[in-house]
Design a binder for this molecule. Sequence first.
Ligand SMILES: Cc1cc2nc3c(=O)[nH]c(=O)nc-3n(C[C@H](O)[C@H](O)[C@H](O)COP(=O)(O)O)c2cc1C
Length: 354
Amino acid sequence: MKIKKKQCFKTMKLLKNSFKNQKVFKKTKSSNFLMENKEIKKNEYVHAKKSKIHNTGIFAKKFIQKGTLIIEYIGEKISKKESERRADQVLEDSKKNKEKGAVYIFEINKKYDLDGNVPYNIARFINHSCNPNCESEIINEEIWIKAIKDIKPGEELKYNYGYDVDNFEEHPCRCGSKKCKGYIASEDNWKKLKNLLRKNFKNKKVLIAYYSRTGNTKKVAEYLAENMGFDVDEITTDKRDGIIGYLKRGYESASNKKSRISFNKNPESYDLVIIGTPIWAYNISSPIRTYLVLCKNVNVAAFCTMSGKDHGNAFKEISQNIKSFKGLLNINEKTIKNNTFQHDLLEFFRKIEL
Ligand SMILES: Cc1cc2nc3c(=O)[nH]c(=O)nc-3n(C[C@H](O)[C@H](O)[C@H](O)COP(=O)(O)O)c2cc1C
């Protein structure tokens, strides 16, 4: 089942599409009671608090076993006409204030919708994730949020909002999961999303050539290759670990030195080569400096991973040595470690034109 929520949207069509598998939902005695009394029900399993994913989230108070029906998604039953009026209002409000772009409406049947945007429906705070631990399920005509994995105390509840990908760029995702697709989309739309992301590269050969000493650049390169369908080549060099290796690499980069490198793919046989490099002493890494000698006749784009915010001389040095430079993205290592780099990465590279 698919729920459209917590995002602004352009048309009701989008809303309806996302609910096409929805079955009938009827108000129950308990939800009626809650609605009438406008009370926030104390739930035995969960409570609301600030989330790292997005604003407020819902968290487990105690261990929740896989299969548990955790909380009912309740709200106000409204006519289609009223539903459209509210949806238009959200759209209007979101133009003035992006924080007001949240939609919590379910389609109940051909006549009625359910607006979950009421204070007593704390289930509306459950955030989206590309690696969810919950899903929604209709049981006896009630909408329930159910655990699809064991959930530890303190863990945030998440489910996949199940959006289609017609307007994927309007639904960025930074859910913090390793699997994050960068945009909110149902799992059965992930393949379609990949094709949309690589639209500019149809029939083009793209290679990601990267060097990584401690794994940050490697993680980004492998993610980009997998999610945009590009080839990947790791540039390696003689092993120099520890403090001596650290100092030597800093010295090499700052003093424009080159390294001895190994790689497997010929950059000249690609329409675009995406270079991935760590920043060392405000410069590109020395193995990448050496590799760039092979890219004189190649279109290049690049990403730099770093502990700070400044890529130093990277733009200047890369752009001087190649056929054409298509852009450079800075990636802070914190976002790599907490898995929130994916959206900015895909958004940057999908827009490159050849
Ligand atoms: C020798 C050396 C020099 C570095 N200099 C910088 C720097 O000038 N600016 C910066 O933001 N980060 C700097 N860093 C941090 C790395 O750029 C950052 O940790 C990077 O993500 C490492 O990538 P990797 O894990 O792929 O090797 C330096 C790291 C090393 C080892």
